[in-house]
Design a binder for this molecule. Sequence first.
Ligand code: SF4
Ligand code: SF4
Ligand code: SF4
Length: 333
Amino acid sequence: MAEKMKLAIIRGATCSGCDVEIVDINERLVEVLGIADIVYAAVIMDTKHSELEAMADGSIDITFYHGAVRDSENEHLAKIARKKSKTLIAFGSCAVYGGIPGLANVTNKEEIFKVAYQDTPSTVNPDFVVPLPEWKDERGHVLTLPRFYDDVFSLDDFVEVDYYLPGCPPLVTQINQALDVIVSGELPPKGKVLASEKTLCDECKREKSENMRIEKICRPHEIEPDPEKCLLEQGIICLGPATRAGCEAKCIEANMPCRGCLGATAAAIDQGGSILSAIASILDITDKESQMSEEDIYKLVSQIKDPLGTFYRFSMPKSLLRRTKKELEKEKV
Ligand code: SF4
Ligand code: SF4
Ligand code: SF4
C-alpha cells in the first residue's frame, strides 16, 4: 500500500469560516483520510505549536494555511508552515490577499486598541490597560502574548507560497477541484492561482447589454432586481467585471451582487482600480467627462456607499494602496 500523504491545516488571523468549508466537503473527507494523515489541524485535533515545530523540515506534503498575518504568532506559524511543508497553499482570501481583516489597514494598532480597550460602551477601562506582549508576575514568571502588528499582511508577504486558493471561504467545488489536482499528483507550475482565469461576468448567465450605461446607483435592498438581468445594469454595484471566476456565480444566483471575494482577475493588478474603471465607464463619466461638471461627477460617484469597503473588501493589503492613513500621516510629519 502506498504511503499516505501528510496534510496540515494551519490557522493565521482567521474567522474559521475556511475550517468550516473544509469540513463541508462531507464524504470527500473520508476519501481524503484514506490517502492522507492529518498531522496538524488545531481546529479538529489537540495539537500544540511545539509538535509542529518538532516535525522534520519538509516532512508535511501539503499544508493549507488560512487567515491573514496580523500578529507575531501568525508570522511564526507561517514561517514554520513553510519550513515543514513541501507544498504550501494559501487557502482563502485572507491568506491570499489579506482578506476582510485587511480593511484594518485604514487605521493602525493604536487606534484599534483605543476602540477595543477604551472607547466601546461595554468596556470599563479608565486606565487604558492594553494587552502587553510580555508581562512578569509577582513570582517572576514571564507571560507572553503575540505582538499585534500595525498592518495586516497576506501570507506571501512573509513566505513563498506554492499555490493560491482564493475565496471567502473557497467553496466546496473549488476545494474539491484543488483536491483532485493534489490526488492526481499533477500539480500545476508553482505560484498558480487554483481558480479560473476568466472574470465572474464570463461565468454569469444574466443578460447584459453591449454598451451598458447607468445613471443611478442603488443598494441591493432599495430595489427588487430583475433576476434575469445584469445587476450592474440595474444600478447595483456588482464586482463581477473585476473578480476572478470560479464560484459558479453563487451570490448572483441568490440575486445578490458579487462582493469580489475571489479577488482580482489574472489580468488585473488591483481589483479596486479595475472595478472603478468599469464603473466609471458605465456611469458615462469617461465619455461625457467634458460635458459633466466636477459637481455632477461628485454627486454621481457619492451614490456609492463606502467605496473603500466595497472595492477593496478582500484585497486591501495586496492592492496598490496596501494601506491608507499611515502613509498620509507620514506625509504630514
Ligand atoms: S477567507 Fe473568509 S472565511 Fe476564510 S478566514 Fe478569511 S474571512 Fe474567514
Ligand atoms: S456585473 Fe454581476 S450581474 Fe452583471 S454580468 Fe457581471 S457578474 Fe453578472
Ligand atoms: S459571487 Fe462574488 S462574492 Fe459571491 S462567492 Fe462568487 S466571487 Fe465571492
